[in-house]
Design a protein around this ligand. Structure first.
Ligand code: FMN
Length: 204
């Protein structure tokens, strides 16, 4: 680990121009930077990939965009998935990206500390989709922070500020700040354990 400042990849699962998850990712980015964490905000529009198809993979291997996405994530200490809820699960854009990254190297996603956040225009804030995504992440044996963050009525509770976005209501902003605090604390522990393992120690 060369850098002294941890880096977190943010991966919104929507590329709509007015995506609520791009807005939430912007709020997460600001919150992390305020906590002295570097951020790589990934726009999946920069990594256009076909839907996974085993025959194409057998013939061509993973697309270069998948390898580039893999390499960006591999360079980070943390990974926060900012996940829309589509019919109770993560967006196909996000799931397809995850699937392709695992076809580049199935172990890479097990290294960063994973956080899960979501919003929705609805009153549940995408919480069901987060549960499904967590189940997938557990199946993949990822390192995940214990609690997720979800923001109901994101179309009303995210507001623009100075070219970015923030969580508007005091109660939500407090929950959001607490989630970020826990994530950053766990990130420090996770990174220290990884350094110990990488340097040949026990990681404890
Ligand atoms: C196919 C589809 C399924 C959806 N299913 C759900 C759902 O199960 N629960 C929910 O709260 N919102 C659902 N929504 C609404 C999304 O939460 C909403 O469109 C959200 O703004 C998408 O994220 P984005 O703004 O970042 O693109 C669905 C939207 C689409 C297009």
């Amino acid at each position: 680990m060369s850098s002294t400042v941890p880096t977190v990849a943010l991966l919104p699962g929507s590329i709509r121009a007015s995506s609520l998850h791009r807005r939430l990712a912007a709020a997460v980015e600001d919150g992390l930077r305020q906590r002295h964490i570097d951020v790589d905000l990934i726009d999946l529009g920069d990594h256009p990939m076909p839907i996974y198809h085993g025959d194409d993979e057998a013939e061509l291997g993973p697309p270069s965009q998948a390898t580039a996405l893999h390499d960006r994530i591999a360079a980070c200490d943390g990974l926060i998935l900012v996940s829309p809820e589509y019919n109770g699960g993560p967006s196909p854009l996000l799931k397809n990206a995850i699937d392709w990254v695992t076809r580049v190297d199935r172990g890479t996603l097990r290294r960063p500390l994973v956080g899960l956040v979501a919003t929705s225009p609805g009153s549940r804030g995408g919480i069901h989709g987060l549960g499904v995504l967590r189940s997938i992440a557990v199946h993949m044996r990822l390192a995940i922070v214990d609690a997720d963050f979800s923001l109901p009525e994101g179309h009303q509770r995210l507001e623009p500020v100075g070219g970015s976005w923030r969580v508007a209501l005091d109660a939500d902003a407090e929950r959001f700040g607490q989630w970020l605090d826990v994530y950053v604390e766990r990130l420090g522990e996770h990174r220290a354990a990884r350094v110990a393992v990488d340097e040949g120690g026990t990681g404890r």
